[in-house]
Write a protein that binds this ligand. Structure first.
Ligand SMILES: Nc1nc2c(ncn2[C@@H]2O[C@H](COP(=O)(O)OP(=O)(O)OP(=O)(O)O)[C@@H](O)[C@H]2O)c(=O)[nH]1
Length: 985
């Protein structure tokens, strides 16, 4: 019976990828994936080649010292890795840090009671290797992994403990063959094969312990007890004291030496304060502080000055006349009391000047006058700026109004308004400023601004739910979610119907899938969830909304049709989603079909069948006869098993809405897929702009009510207030008011965005900017996603060849899709979901594609010369996109009739369908979606009259300069070339 490589690898306890390599080495070709099947003979060949390699491996001999009489050997058991980690090619495989619960075996468990633990052949250092059976064969010169690296010491182990005597002496070499035979019987030589594999994988550097003997934990650890590798190895090496000592010397042991804590003296209690708390001698008055802020000198300087003045006044008071015209200042203490006459009058005036308060007048200089001014009660005048003092570093929460900006920054309202007007913005004080405006104003006013988006409930709750990591112990395997993609009528729905045992095809209007269907079925106790979409746009649309619900994509290709345009698109969409692809080569029952032709086509599209040495599984199916259906299901389950899809059913549910509609009687019915957690009736959920309490859940296949839905289960749900969109994610919350608030905020946000048309798609300019700004620094290499459409396969190949020459250390060009033909809606959807730029070579977008591209701001760059295309990419990468010649589209006209007039040429009678046709413009002629040429407009006439412009809805006659081969139904696009300076240069 044929056996899959994956299953054989399991049987041999090898990594599937390693076995694929071994199969190749064994001379069996066309088995490129772990899912490929081997016939009995091939499987036997592989087994034989592995065992012969094991015999040939020189490193096998040393381990032959092991016998069943020597249960404790210097061998380190290495636990098998998580299967996920073994999938990584080339990874050094060491034991899992924390074994899963199901992997743990109770101590003393016997081999027969528990499933055989998967043990890896140990790898020893040469010094630690027991005496080789055949001394002539050299030990590995350069060990790959050390024992202590692969086996952590048990907690009980004392690393510094001297090596104890060996538990069992190495078996004499003479006994080795018998031992090998004996042990080989026990496990069918599996360990031998593993040993061989490791020996061969490492190019003979790895020394397996026992090529023929069973590798059991009990054997290795002395009756089930874990033993330190170090100890085991030291025991082994103790047979050869010199070598063992050397090994010990080389192998540093881990010593845990804890330094003794110094006996620090107890901190002395603070001395009790003896007196009252000390108070400052001098208290600066408010005036002094204020004055100092305005540049007034320190009080000491002032006191010195006062002192000097006092002395001078004293002199003057003792007889010298005041020639300076200044008022004489007399110290109160020195004032001659009871003076009469002039002196008395002067003193009385001085007294009045002092205000009679007994306060000392310090002086009458400018400084004093300003102080007097400051002492006056302040009068608050109308219109005075009351804003907080201007700050340098401003923190602002977005969204902010002009008012809140002023308040936060301390800048006057008039200054902010002036700055806004200077930028051509006439907004009022309560207007909201977006991030960009706020930054511009801040720059204009020289304020350092730090803008903080206000933390919303969305961030707080939803982000937390999305990023919440599940404990490894709580994860259980879940059913894979499988999506069918392919060209129309290739049999997606029929296949799904057959698999789930219903017949939907007959019921479909016009035989075309109109709705997304999702069903969960069970096969041999394992579940699979199937999703059938009306087209790959729906699949990609979901990705565009960040809801990549698919685990595995089944590409359905009808064997009679082969790869069709929509198949090509589906391939690109599945590849862009980065999910495993399984091909169902359907309608294989039809007569005369040639599977090889389709397989060749698939190879050309980068999907090499596993039977041709690639890694894509191709299953020949017939939805009519049922041929290959079991194999398809089996393949899907195997892929799922290899990928180990898991989820935590014990957390609150989250998932994706596939579609929703308003029913007259039931209200909103939404079809959801639970991706993680369990959804229950009564749960409060928020899904896009909708929220509510789950009123009912129904099985999507049987329609029966259910109370809960676990991971990967699709359900029909009622209870939401409004229909969410396809691809909207749902979350379960604890509080209905929170759900309401989040849904409301989303609704507001989406209407705000649809009004402002904000999108953040990538363009050459923005990409160049990101590169220049180092915003992509986090990534190893910035990826520029491209979708290429060309007029012919030859052009595509030429473009491919040119693009392959780009080898930039920082930028990786990733072509998501390359196809022949005009730019379609699907291209724009894919570009939108994958942040790609569309490059059209001699092709034009159709009307729907153009509209969607405008709406979502997807950049479509069109070229008619290959070197211009490659030049643009090169210059963008090098950050020197020149001011470009931008094509300004003016309008398009359809050729209704053609008139050939002798001596005049061909006149196209046209109807202007969009924009207008303007004199002096250039005309691009397209036929069947392909550009066939670009020519200057020669004559533009309306009813025999030369006119300057013909607007939309009118008819006109057009003659082109240098082109007379216009045909009916040609599309004429009028454009003008403008030189536009690049935005950011
Ligand atoms: N002979 C033959 N006919 C098939 C097979 N599978 C599907 N068909 C027929 O092909 C036609 C299209 O099948 P559908 O299952 O509706 O194809 P589809 O890909 O789902 O089409 P859309 O829903 O339009 O995307 C139907 O008439 C089927 O009966 C097959 O394996 N063999």
């Amino acid at each position: 019976m044929p056996v899959r490589i994956y299953a054989l690898a399991k049987e041999l306890d090898l990594d599937s990828k390693d076995l694929v390599d071994l199969v190749k080495k064994a001379g069996i070709t066309g088995k490129g994936s772990a899912l490929a099947s081997l016939t009995d003979d091939e499987a036997q060949t592989v087994r034989d080649s592995i065992s012969s390699a094991s015999k040939a491996a020189p490193k096998a001999a040393p381990a032959a010292t092991a016998t069943k009489d020597a249960p404790a050997k210097p061998v380190a058991p290495v636990r098998d890795l998580d299967r996920a980690s073994t999938r990584r090619p080339g990874a050094i495989q060491v034991g899992r840090a924390k074994p899963r619960e199901r992997d743990k075996a109770p101590a003393g468990d016997t081999e027969s009671k528990r499933p055989a633990p998967v043990l890896r052949t140990p790898v020893l250092k040469p010094a630690e290797t027991p005496a080789p059976a055949e001394p002539a064969e050299p030990a590995s010169p350069k060990p790959e992994v050390r024992l202590k690296d692969v086996m952590p010491a048990t907690p009980k182990e004392k690393p510094s403990e001297p090596a104890s005597p060996p538990l069992a002496a190495p078996t004499p070499p003479a006994k080795a063959p018998a031992a090998e035979k004996e042990s080989g019987k026990q496990d069918g030589g599996r360990a031998s094969r593993i040993a061989d594999r490791m020996a061969s994988n490492s190019g003979g550097r790895v020394v397996p312990n026992r090529p023929g003997g069973p590798v059991r934990r009990e054997n290795l650890t002395g009756g089930g007890k874990m033993r330190s590798l170090d100890r085991a190895s030291s025991r082994a090496s103790s047979d050869k004291p010199a070598e063992g000592a050397k090994a010990r010397k080389r192998e540093p042991r881990i010593k845990v030496n804890l330094a003794q804590l110094p006996s620090a003296p107890a901190p002395a209690a603070p001395a009790a304060s003896s007196g009252p708390a000390q108070k400052p001698d001098i208290k600066l008055t408010r005036d002094v502080i204020e004055g100092h802020k305005q540049g007034m000198k320190a009080p000491l300087a002032r006191l010195e000055k006062d002192d000097a003045e006092k002395k001078r006044n004293k002199k003057e008071a003792t007889g010298s006349p005041d020639f300076t015209g200044r008022k004489k200042i007399i110290d109160e203490d020195e004032k001659p009391r009871g003076k009469k006459g002039l002196a008395g009058m002067a003193s009385a005036r001085a007294e009045r000047a002092r205000g009679g308060g007994g306060r000392r007048v310090i002086g009458t200089g400018d400084q004093d006058r300003s102080q007097l001014r400051r002492n006056r009660p302040r009068i608050r005048r109308k219109g005075t700026n009351t804003a907080a003092p201007r700050k340098e570093r401003v923190q602002l929460e977005l969204p902010c109004t002009v008012r809140s900006f002023c308040e936060a920054s301390g800048v006057s309202m008039s200054d902010v308004m002036k700055a806004l007007m200077g930028m051509g913005m006439m907004i009022n004080i309560n207007s909201e400023m977006d991030l960009e405006t706020a930054e511009l104003v801040a720059t204009e006013l020289g304020i350092d601004i730090e803008l903080k988006a206000a933390e919303s409930l969305e961030d707080e709750l939803i982000t937390e739910l999305e990023t919440q990591e599940d404990n490894a112990d709580s994860l259980v395997p879940r059913a894979p979610i499988v999506t069918f993609l392919g060209h129309v009528d290739h049999g997606k729905t029929s296949l799904l119907d057959y698999l789930i045992g219903i017949n939907v095809v007959k019921g479909e209007a016009g035989g075309i899938t109109q709705h997304i269907r999702a069903y969960n079925i069970e096969k041999d106790g394992r579940g699979v969830t199937f999703v059938d979409t009306p087209g790959h746009e729906a699949f990609t649309e979901m990705r565009a909304r960040g809801a990549n619900v698919t685990d595995i994509a089944v590409l359905v290709v009808a064997a009679d049709d082969g790869i069709m345009p929509q198949t090509e698109e589906a391939i690109s969409h599945a590849k862009a989603a980065e999910v495993p692809i399984v091909v169902a080569l359907n309608k294989i029952d039809l007569e005369g079909v040639d599977p090889n032709r389709v397989m060749t086509q698939l190879t050309e599209h980068g999907l090499t069948p596993s039977e041709w040495g690639g890694d894509v599984e191709i299953v020949k199916t017939s939805a009519t006869t049922g041929e290959g259906m079991d194999e398809l299901l089996e393949t899907l389950l195997t892929v799922a098993e290899l990928n180990e899809y898991s989820a935590n059913p014990d957390r609150s549910a989250l998932g994706v809405c596939l579609e929703a509609e308003q029913h007259g009687d039931k209200g909103v019915v939404a079809k959801l897929v639970v991706q993680n957690g369990t959804l229950r009736v009564g749960d409060i959920i928020v899904c896009g702009p909708a929220h509510g309490r789950v009123r009912s859940l129904h099985n999507t296949l049987t329609g029966k009510p259910i109370t809960e839905a676990g991971p990967s289960v699709p359900v029909s749900l009622t209870g939401l207030d409004t229909p969410p969109g396809a691809g909207d994610r749902f979350h379960v919350l604890q509080d209905i008011s929170q759900a309401r608030e989040i849904a409301g905020t989303r609704e507001d946000e989406s209407s705000r965005q649809s009004l402002s048309g904000i999108t953040t798609k990538v363009s050459f300019d923005s990409f160049q900017d990101l590169l220049a700004g180092g915003n992509l620094a986090g990534e190893e290499r910035a990826k520029l996603n491209l979708i290429i459409r060309a007029d012919a396969r030859g052009s595509l190949e030429a473009i491919d060849k040119e693009l392959s020459k780009f080898d930039h250390p920082e930028v990786e060009l990733r072509v998501l899709q390359r196809a022949v033909g005009g730019i379609t809606l699907a291209d724009v959807t894919l570009a939108s979901a994958s942040d790609a730029v569309i490059l059209g070579f001699n092709v034009i977008p159709d009307e729907k594609a153009r509209q969607l591209a405008d709406q979502r701001e997807i950049e479509i760059r069109r070229y008619n010369v290959i070197y211009k295309l490659t030049d643009d990419i090169r210059m963008m990468i090098e950050g020197r996109l020149k001011p470009e010649e931008r094509v300004v589209e003016l309008g398009r006209a359809l050729v209704k009739q053609v008139f050939n007039i002798s001596r005049v040429g061909t006149i196209a009678g046209c109807y202007v369908a969009q924009g207008s046709i303007v004199r002096g413009c250039r005309i691009r002629v397209s036929r069947d979606g392909r550009v066939i040429g670009e020519y200057p407009l020669d004559t533009l006439r309306r009813i025999k009259e030369d006119v300057k412009e013909v607007p939309r809805g009118m008819e006109c006659g057009i003659r082109l300069a240098g082109f007379n081969d216009i045909k009916q139904d040609d599309v004429l696009e009028a454009y003008r070339i403008e030189e536009v300076a690049r935005k950011l240069d």
